[in-house]
Design a protein around this ligand. Sequence first.
Ligand code: SF4
Length: 487
Amino acid sequence: MTRFWTGDYYNEGNGGRDSIFDKLKEECGVFGVFGNSEASNLAYYGLHALQHRGEESCGICTSDNGTFHYHRGMGLVKEVFDRDNLTGLVGNQGIGHVRYSTSGSSQLANAQPLVFKYRGGDLAVATNGNLVNEPGIRKELEEKGSIFQTTSDTEVIAHLIARSPKDLVEAVKDAFSTVIGGFAFLIMTQDKLLAACDPHGLRPLVMGRLGESYIFASESCALETIGAVYERDVQPGELLVLDKDGLHEDRFAPMERRAVCAMEYIYFARPDSDIYGVNLHTSRKRMGQTLAQEAFVDADIVTGVPDSSISAAIGYAEQTGIPYELGLIKNKYTGRTFIQPSQELREKGVKMKLSAVRKVVEGKRVVMIDDSIVRGTTSLRIVNMLRDAGALEVHVRITSPPFMNPCYYGIDTPNPADLIASSKTVEEIRQAINADSLYFLSERGLIDSVGGHDNEYNRGLCLACFNNDYPTPVEFKDAKLTSCGCD
Ligand code: SF4
């Protein structure tokens, strides 16, 4: 049954809960500027570069000599902002946010940056990630009289800051010391910009320079877009403060075991971004090469599921000498639809978004590289699509270990029971997705392919969704299991 638009967006890309693809849901992206009269224009372009991290809503808040201006809305950056509303966002500092897709009814209230008034003045907050112990803190704050407007973690941080009798920087340090989770925060006051990363560095945040001004972004591709030069990653537990006297490097916690989200390397981040000096395209290529070493299969062509698996498919092809071909093409222009897909339309929707190239795959033995298998339904559709286009054999190679545990740090994973790898063996998954063979990259292979920090545990990666080894305690009463804290 076709349902017309009810006011909710149903995303056909990787982001929506009603997505026709059962990919993991992306989190959010943050962007900040300090010391540039073009702050809002830079934020606009920066958020555009981070659009893949969230398509549902976005916003920018600037400070003009102490006066806040902000605009937020539902939709893509290019839809929410136009020349008029950007012109109104004057000021030489600003923060922005893109938020991932949901189909809830009160999304605009949660669109960020959130802006608050407190005894010290105005405060704007933008976050990426999730606070594991947020429900308990929220409950405690409510018992002490706090009234919340949103369901966002961001507001909890704002209340913790507002209730503190200390000056802003000390209050922020206290607030971040209270929370547990994976997060990157940007906080703006009338004359300061603060950037912080959780003590494990689970969510990425980089700092760059554009002339004399400072730029922060969830991914380095946003720095490139505005012509800024990458300076460094914000370190786990670090609090960077910018004010009229420049940059102050501080900490709210010592660095604990570094545990950068492995899925950022595998899937989320753009291939032209670097995280801790590791380029995403290059590390994905290595994942493909390692897959070939671990699970070679003779075939006629290698193809990658666009876009995130193309780099790995190139790596697999280089390693084996089997030619890389564009066996699958993504239609980039389908965007969002106002129609909630019925089962029948979902099937059509997959073809609208992704097509097998018959002339390329017909009569061929195909190695199909993908980044992950969540429920298995997407893999089945794509394998069948290749078979329908005439592929003789379809061998599936995955650039991650089996995804079997929920994420507590801002990746919106399905109910654990719906994760196919949580209840099925690799052979059972192979049968479920109708593949001729199936192999998941080993944990060691993944760690070495990323090639991060030598001499650190897991070379500085979080692998909890693969091996249940969470870098923080997660057994909090009412701990939020799956969603991004922006939600
Ligand atoms: S549990 Fe998985 S998705 Fe979540 S932060 Fe760790 S590696 Fe990333």
